[in-house]
Design a protein around this ligand. Structure first.
Ligand SMILES: [Zn+2]
Length: 169
C-alpha cells in the first residue's frame, strides 16, 4: 500500500526514531509499504519516519526499481564504516521542490536486519553511500536542510513556512 509522505515540519521527522524490538509481520508490512511508496514517488530511499512511523527502518534502491538486486532494507541499522566525502545535490521526498549539496560519505558500510530479520552488512559507494547518509540522518530526526547554515537555510525555511501558511505544504 502506498502511504502518504509527511513533510518538513511534521514532528515525527524531527525526532529520533525508535529501535525495532522484533521484525514481526506488522513490521514486514510496513517495509513492503515503504518499498511501494518509495517506487511510487520515484525516490532512491525512504525512512519510516517519512510515512509517520517513528521506527528505525529504511529502504533504499539506487537503481530506482530498475534492478531488484539493488534494493536494501535495513532495520535498526548502525554504521560500521564511513570513508571519504562527496558533495552532490540531493533532495528529499519530505522536502519536495528543494535540494542542496551536503557532505556525505563516499563509501559506507552499515549493518542491520533485513526483511526476514537476518543480520546483514551492506557496503555502499557513490549514490548508495549517499542514500545511507541521508536515511541514517532521518532515523536520527535530521534532514538535509539541517546540514545547511546561514542564508541558504533561512531562505528555504522561509519558503516552506510560506507554503505551509497558504496550505500548499
Ligand atoms: Zn529524505
Amino acid at each position: 500500500m502506498i502511504r502518504p509522505i509527511v513533510r518538513y515540519g511534521n514532528r515525527t521527522l524531527h525526532n529520533p526514531a525508535e529501535h525495532v524490538p522484533d521484525v514481526t509481520s506488522e513490521i514486514q508490512t510496513i517495509i513492503t509499504d515503504m518499498i511501494e511508496t518509495m517506487y511510487a514517488e520515484s525516490g532512491v530511499g525512504l525512512a519510516a519516519p517519512q510515512i509517520g512511523i517513528p521506527l528505525r527502518i529504511f529502504v533504499a534502491d539506487p537503481s530506482g526499481g530498475q534492478d531488484d538486486s539493488r534494493l536494501v532494507v535495513m532495520v535498526n541499522p548502525e554504521w560500521i564504516e564511513q570513508r571519504g566525502t562527496q558533495r552532490e545535490d540531493e533532495g528529499c521526498l519530505s522536502v519536495p521542490g528543494f535540494s542542496a549539496s551536503v557532505p556525505r560519505p563516499l563509501h559506507a558500510t552499515i549493518r542491520g536486519l533485513d526483511r526476514a530479520g537476518t543480520s546483514r552488512e551492506v557496503e555502499g559507494t557513490g549514490i548508495l553511500a549517499r542514500a545511507f547518509g541521508h536515511e541514517m540522518d532521518h532515523l536520527d530526526g535530521s534532514l538535509f536542510l539541517d546540514h545547511l547554515r546561514g542564508i541558504r537555510r533561512d531562505m528555504m525555511l522561509r519558503k516552506i513556512k510560506k507554503l505551509r501558511r497558504s496550505g500548499k505544504w
